[in-house]
Design a binder for this molecule. Structure first.
Ligand code: MG
Length: 339
């Protein structure tokens, strides 16, 4: 992509979590940092460390608005980082917090965001153990940005890997889809009819622990954040070399979210989530996994939504009438600054 002078530029769409993001990461980033662990493009890197396996992840948060129904940038930054550790099978231990805030930012909002970081970290059972604060001039940023790193430990014998999905495995989701993306969109566009929709931003410590206890042979976990369930399943399909069949009528979606998607012309499968996970589980442990998820606060609406099959690494949606469609990796940016 080029600007008016014929120069290559970064596009908002490069941050969307879809095909364009993937290309930027592979061509510009992976090519410069030769690491097998980085090349897995998992939610966290897992590093062999004498005596244990450490998980490490990092994230930046630029969401607008800063406060929204169901959460704020502070809750989002802890939930997102903790969830990336959990998706790699790690027990989250500690987080760093970097703050970049502009001159003139209201102190009341600053305190409210930090209080939310503290409350969410307490809920997740992690501590903020190091940090950094930078201020920039009035015009250098439009408010506040947060960055985090998260460290966790992966228990002995646990290996979660997208490439481990096998034909016959069940595909589970931990709850309703699309809540975060639609909550943000409705705040920005002031859509009155969506007052029933709140972001799902939450740390998934409890549901993931219950799931892995009930289904220890779980192949992999993935949080369907930017790019939604469509991107998450396509990544698993590509890494495992298997097809994923999605029973579209089984995908849990709140009525208000489905209505908003219809109105806005969005496919809920592409909409971001911030408190959900996808689990690929062997068939003999799928029912136990589902029951375990449903026994937890953030997993009550968990559902079995599909299966892994031998075939091309594609995601295929099937409806109740037997109709089939290809569910593609989203291309660019559906909504910038969603997390
Ligand atoms: Mg992730």
């Amino acid at each position: 992509m080029t600007d008016g002078n014929g120069n290559d530029t970064i596009l908002l769409a490069h941050g969307g979590g879809g095909e364009l993001s993937d290309r930027l990461v592979r061509e510009e980033i992976l090519s410069r940092f030769p690491s097998r662990e980085l090349a897995r493009l998992a939610d966290s890197a897992v590093i062999d460390f004498p005596g244990s396996r450490l998980a490490l992840t990092t994230d930046g948060y630029v969401v607008r608005p800063l406060f929204f129904r169901g959460g704020d940038i502070g809750r989002l930054c802890v939930a997102g980082t903790v969830n990336d550790l959990l998706m790699s099978g790690a027990t989250p231990l500690a987080l760093s917090l970097g703050v970049i805030v502009r001159d003139g930012f209201p102190m009341g909002d600053f305190r409210r965001i930090l209080d939310s970081v503290a409350a969410t970290a307490a809920e997740a059972g992690v501590q903020i153990v190091t940090g950094d604060t930078k201020t920039v001039g009035h015009n250098a940023a439009d408010g506040i940005f947060l960055t985090t790193a998260g460290v966790g430990v992966v228990p002995e014998g646990r290996r979660l890997d997208y490439a481990a999905a096998q034909p016959g495995d069940a595909v589970l989701v931990s709850g309703t889809l699309g809540d975060h993306g639609i909550a943000i969109m409705s705040e920005r566009q002031q859509l009155g009819f969506t007052s029933a929709i709140a972001s799902d931003a939450a740390p998934l410590v409890e549901p993931v622990a219950a799931l892995l206890a009930a289904a220890p042979a779980t192949r992999c976990l993935k949080d369907p954040t930017r790019g939604g369930l469509a991107a998450a399943l396509n990544e698993i399909a590509r890494a495992s070399g298997c097809s994923i069949i999605l029973e579209e009528s089984q995908v849990p979606v709140r009525e208000a979210v489905a209505g908003a998607c219809d109105l806005l012309g969005l496919d809920v499968l592409n909409v971001a989530n911030e408190g959900k996970c996808v689990a690929i589980v062997p068939p003999d442990q799928a029912e136990a996994a589902l029951a375990a998820l449903r026994s937890t606060r953030y997993g009550r609406e968990a559902a079995r939504v599909g299966r892994v099959e031998a075939g091309k690494p594609l995601v295929v949606g099937v409806n109740d009438l037997g109709g089939r469609r290809l569910i593609e990796m989203p291309y660019g940016e559906q909504l910038p600054r969603i997390c």
